[in-house]
Design a protein around this ligand. Sequence first.
Ligand SMILES: [Zn+2]
Length: 234
Amino acid sequence: MSRLKGVHVETHRAGRIGWLRAAVLGANDGIVSTASLVVGIAAADSGRSAILIGGIAGLVAGAMSMAAGEYVSVSSQADTEKADRARETKELAEQPEFELDELTQIYVERGLEPSLARQAAEQMTRHDALGTHLRDELGLSEVHEARPVQAAVTSAMTFAVGAALPVVVAALVPTASVALAVAGTSLVSLAALGALSARAGGASMLRGAVRVTFWSAAAMALTAGVGRLVGTAL
Ligand SMILES: [Zn+2]
């Protein structure tokens, strides 16, 4: 009973982390790429309108590219899973003996004695042949409901929310301090997001925050350096 309850709770946690991780990743990407863009343009000694046009264009382009990428990736994963399922269903119907041997062999490779493996394969086949083959042969866990459009919209929106932060900051502070203000607010927000997602996953909040802050600072410093170089060259 308590075992069952444990499994139930873990499943819930995994589901929530999946959703939260996707949202945090989208916001992270939005902040890092747009802040880098804004800092890069500002470092080239541009005026406010150039900075804002760059930031807004980056926001829109990034959100669209996230949506397209997510749509394609979720759809193609769903197609693959559907094809796997269809093929496995057909094989189970047409050559059940072969499939039983295959499953037995899989359990032997995982460490069961042949006779026990055979018994396990027979029982699992009676219990849920298709589910067992999908899981133990193909490594597909529970069928996730693939919703490409929802995934695309979620990614685009979380990216846009993250990207809005550096754009708003760039619009509000004096032009001379845009680079510093955008870099500072972005790094603080990124650290908070990193800590939040680490906490949700049960990992160290500090390590989560430091890791994301370090790499984001590196991205912004690099873009600022390139912006300055290009700015002087032009
Ligand atoms: Zn099979």
